[in-house]
Design a protein around this ligand. Structure first.
Ligand SMILES: C[S@@+](CC[C@H](N)C(=O)[O-])C[C@H]1O[C@@H](n2cnc3c(N)ncnc32)[C@H](O)[C@@H]1O
Length: 397
């Protein structure tokens, strides 16, 4: 018992050291985070567990309000001007909120470490406050709060009454349109989504780290050989990254997406912009590579087969599909919370899913295709699947 007590005291001291000096523990960050989270979940009482579940949506809502009302910006501006704190009366008039309402939100934000409570009527920013105003957080919070949260909240009703709408998203948004059509008339949410898509993976490896595109796909090109078609390519980030990595690349590089998206793409003149609905026959024939990033996880099996079918007929003898999506190992025992949550998210938004390796094998085989290789490039299952037309019907990975 004596040694248990001293071990516990030592653990408490070490945890306090992590809280006081996080920079000293960064090199063990992932392992410490995983264990500390598990320990917290195991140690919390049933009451605490219930409260955590009940209030799981609250941080997103309060951060959205504080971004939208300029609350965080005002706190940061005042700190930059040398003020040690901001009075809630002043903040309430700048945020155009009733003071009591504002204070309720501030109290909660302070418990999350997002801001610092000096007293009931005075607040200041923390080191986390600027992060919440960075582009990835402001676009991400807008996207998940405005577009996704209503869909998640409608998922149970959707599963109970599946005939009422095509997706929980339609039910939650009370709209007859799917997510991409809905965004056409919601420009704030559309911009937030596309910016977030660009930014969220910026710190992670990409498919270009595991595929030697020039060697494998760009040999013996004529100037007009269709080389790379980015299908549903969004703002063109992957075309731009490809050309950044291989500036001398010959052949045609084509960005395809819905009209309003290709119109605002970030790509230069070397990339052809083409309005194209990927459910209809692919107009660029015999391209070396048709690339799909995060397309199939938005669709159920039937829709995926329609998209694949629209491309199989366009493939020539040298064509491949490059599918950039998650491939969840069938026997993965250490699934990340993020990857599994994304699966639920796809269910709510699109009635779709993140696929396990065996599900990819079956889907592609049904479309008359075979997997030539799967290259994983992140710890979250992000992978590039190299797919070719099936000749023998055999499937390998
Ligand atoms: C999840 S986003 C992925 C965007 C891009 N591939 C990326 O990874 O950044 C899906 C994309 O598919 C596009 N899209 C949705 N429905 C489409 C359709 N029927 N035809 C072509 N593009 C479509 C959307 O506009 C969006 O850019």
């Amino acid at each position: 018992m004596g040694s248990f007590t001293s071990d516990t005291e030592s653990l408490v001291r070490q945890l306090q050291a992590v809280v006081d000096h996080p920079e000293q523990f960064r090199s063990h960050g992932p392992e410490l985070t995983r264990l500390a989270r598990r320990a917290a979940l195991i140690l919390e009482s049933p009451f605490e567990k219930m409260q955590r579940l009940a209030h799981s949506g609250t941080p997103l809502v309060c951060v959205r309000i504080s971004q939208d009302r300029g609350i965080l910006k005002a706190l940061l501006d005042d700190a930059k001007d040398g003020r040690s704190s901001t009075a809630t009366a002043d903040l309430a008039s700048r945020a155009k909120l009733d003071q009591a309402v504002l204070e309720t939100i501030l109290e909660y934000l302070a418990t999350q470490g997002f801001i610092d409570r000096i007293s009931a009527v005075e607040y200041r920013p923390t080191k986390t406050t600027p992060l919440l105003l960075s582009p990835i957080f402001s676009h991400g919070v807008t996207h998940f709060h405005d577009s996704c949260q209503p869909a998640l909240l409608a998922l149970n009703s959707f599963l109970t009454q599946p005939g009422k709408a095509h997706t929980a998203f339609e039910l939650g948004q009370n709209s007859p349109e799917g997510f991409y059509q809905w965004m056409e008339t919601h420009p704030v949410q559309q911009n937030a989504f596309h910016q977030f898509m660009k930014l969220q993976f910026a710190s992670l490896p990409t498919w270009l780290d595991v595929v030697d595109f020039q060697r494998d796909f760009a040999q013996g090109l004529e100037p007009n050989t269709p080389l790379f078609v980015d299908v549903g390519g969004g703002n063109g980030q992957q075309c731009a990254s490809l050309l950044e990595k291989y500036p001398q690349l010959g052949g045609r590089i084509v960005l395809q997406d819905l009209k309003s998206i290709v119109a605002t793409a970030i790509t230069d003149d070397r990339v052809e912009r083409m309005e194209h609905d990927f459910f209809t026959e692919q107009p660029v024939k015999h391209a070396r590579a048709y690339y799909f990033r995060q397309i199939f996880h938005n669709h159920d099996k039937e829709a995926c087969l329609r998209i694949l079918g629209a491309h199989v007929s366009a493939m020539g003898p040298d064509s491949v599909l490059l599918i950039d999506d998650k491939v969840i190992p069938d026997e993965d025992t250490l699934r990340s919370e993020y990857t599994t949550a994304l699966g639920v998210h796809m269910l709510a938004m699109f009635n779709a899913l993140e696929r396990r390796e065996s599900q990819w094998q079956a889907l592609l085989a049904e479309a008359g295709l075979r997997i030539k290789a799967i290259e994983r490039f992140t710890q979250f299952g992000d992978s590039i699947i190299v797919v070719e037309k099936s000749t023998s019907g055999s499937v390998c990975s």
